[in-house]
Structures are given as structure tokens and as C-alpha cells.
Design a protein. Structure first.
Length: 278
């Protein structure tokens, strides 16, 4: 199975021609299926996909990890280029209005609702863990025993009754099972990386975790909160000493360097065009 990062905030000289943006899109393929997780913030994912030799029209399923615009902005282009794929997402993405308060002006983070309404027949909305195939399960983070990212404080939703905190109850992670171990793909980890890992382990019944791929939403980490990152690295050392982290997007420079310092060669920076074989 090959996992290819189509869009991320970062690029590498090892894969020339890629264009980054604040967003994430990840392509997953093996002999039997082709999946895309998220579409980034714009149509850039399709340009990178073309340069990487990916056949967008052949993708079987698109999974939307959550409703934020930096993961759903490329949806109109995807649905115009691909005429067969179903789109799996939490039913909440059509019920919530999403907002960011990181800047003086409130930013609307909604997915392209007009596009969703136009192609509604291709959407399959889920509200619980869902088995995609024999090897991949879509997992919601139901229990948040460990801390969630501090950056969530800048996010809110309106469920039709006024604005409230964003609780990441629409967020889906991919738990990929192979040879008795998990590779977890989590686009933003708003529910907290450790909570997501534990949810995937409980949902699949697979206790070994080889890799974690995606963003950690520690981009707004304050200096006094570096202990939160230490708690993550300490937990991983104790419970998953062999895990490899491929992290980017909203992880943030401070969190990345703190994790790299603590976990060394087990931490890798995600970038557009990165290909991993699992």
C-alpha cells in the first residue's frame, strides 16, 4: 500500500514542481482500491496530483476528515474531474457552520455547501466508525481522555443555536491495518493525537501502531504549553516506542522541533509528494 501526500504546507527539493498551501490531501492506493483523504484548500491538489502521475478519475472514494475549508476547498474540482467516486464524511459537515477566530476578523471555514448540495447523491454521511474495506476503518474520536490542542480555542461552530466551541465531533481518522499493526492517518488531529490513537486501537482491536501521518494542530502552541508536547513524546516512548510520526500541515514549527528533539529519527516532516510504503 502506498500513501502519497498530495497537498501539505511544506515542499521538498526531492520532489520538484510541487506547490504547497495551508491544507492537506493524501492519496492511498493498493492493488484493489484508490482513495483520497481531503482536497486541500483549493484546486492545487489536482495540479500536484497530475505532476505525481495520479489518475484522479480512477479514485474510488473521497473521504473528508472534517468540514474545515482547508480540507474541503478542492471539492468542486474533484467532483468535476471524477465522475464515479462516492464521498464519505460526517453528517455534521452539512449541519455546522465553521469559524476561525485566530485573526481580528472572523474567518468562515465552511466547506463548499453549494457543491455538496449539487452532488448530494454522491455523498455518504456517517455518524459512527465505518469499515471502508478489510484493511481500513474510519474512526471517530469519542473519548477525549488526553488533552486536545490548545489551538482549538480559536475555532467555533454554529449548530443552528448560536456559536459554541469546536469539539471535533465531525473528525474522522483512518486506521489502516496491515500485518498486525496500524498506520493512522489524521488530517488535523483536533481531537488530540493521543485520543485518536487510543480510539483507533480500541475500534480496530489492534494494539500495535507503526506510524501516524498528518497534522497535530499544535500550530498555536504557546511557550508555556511545551509541556503538552513533552506529554505526547513521553506517552509515545512508553506505549508506542517504535512508532514513526510523519507530521506537517498544522503541526507547527515549535511542536515539530520539540517532538524531533524528543523522538529523534522517529519524527519526519511531511511534504508535498512524499510517498510512503506501508
Amino acid at each position: 500500500m502506498i500513501v502519497t501526500t498530495v497537498i501539505d504546507n511544506h515542499i521538498s527539493d526531492t520532489v520538484p514542481g510541487m506547490t504547497p498551501e495551508h491544507g492537506l490531501s493524501i492519496y492511498i492506493e493498493d492493488r484493489f482500491f484508490k482513495y483520497l483523504l481531503d482536497t486541500g484548500a483549493s484546486d492545487l491538489w489536482s495540479k500536484n496530483a497530475r505532476l505525481l502521475g495520479l489518475q484522479v478519475k480512477d479514485i474510488d472514494t473521497l473521504i473528508l476528515s472534517h468540514g474545515h475549508a482547508d480540507h474541503t476547498g478542492g471539492l468542486p474540482v474533484f467532483l468535476s474531474l471524477n465522475r464515479k467516486a462516492s464521498v464519505i464524511a460526517s453528517e455534521k459537515i452539512i449541519k455546522y457552520q465553521y469559524f476561525s477566530h485566530r485573526h481580528p476578523t472572523i474567518v468562515n471555514l465552511n466547506p463548499p455547501q453549494d457543491t455538496i448540495n449539487t452532488y448530494l447523491s454522491r455523498f455518504h454521511f456517517i455518524h459512527d466508525d465505518y469499515r471502508l474495506n478489510d484493511h481500513i476503518k474510519l474512526v471517530f474520536t469519542k473519548k477525549k481522555v488526553y488533552p486536545v490542542p490548545e489551538g482549538n480555542r480559536f475555532l467555533s461552530v454554529d449548530k443552528g443555536t448560536g456559536e459554541g466551541p469546536y469539539l471535533a465531533d465531525d473528525e474522522i481518522a483512518l486506521a489502516i491495518e496491515k500485518d498486525g499493526a496500524l498506520t493512522i492517518v489524521s488530517s488535523c488531529s483536533h481531537g488530540g493525537m493521543l485520543n485518536i490513537i487510543q480510539s483507533c486501537v480500541v475500534s480496530t482491536g489492534v494494539s500495535k501502531v507503526n506510524a501516524f501521518i498528518g497534522g497535530l494542530h499544535l500550530i498555536d502552541l504557546e511557550p508555556e504549553k511545551r509541556d503538552d508536547v513533552k506529554a505526547i513524546s513521553d506517552f509515545l516512548k512508553q506505549n508506542y516506542p517504535d512508532i514513526n510520526l510523519y507530521i506537517g500541515h498544522c503541526t507547527g514549527k515549535t511542536a515539530y522541533h520539540e517532538l524531533k528533539k524528543a523522538l529523534g529519527d522517529h519524527v519526519h516532516k511531511l511534504y508535498c509528494g512524499m510517498r510512503l510504503t506501508i
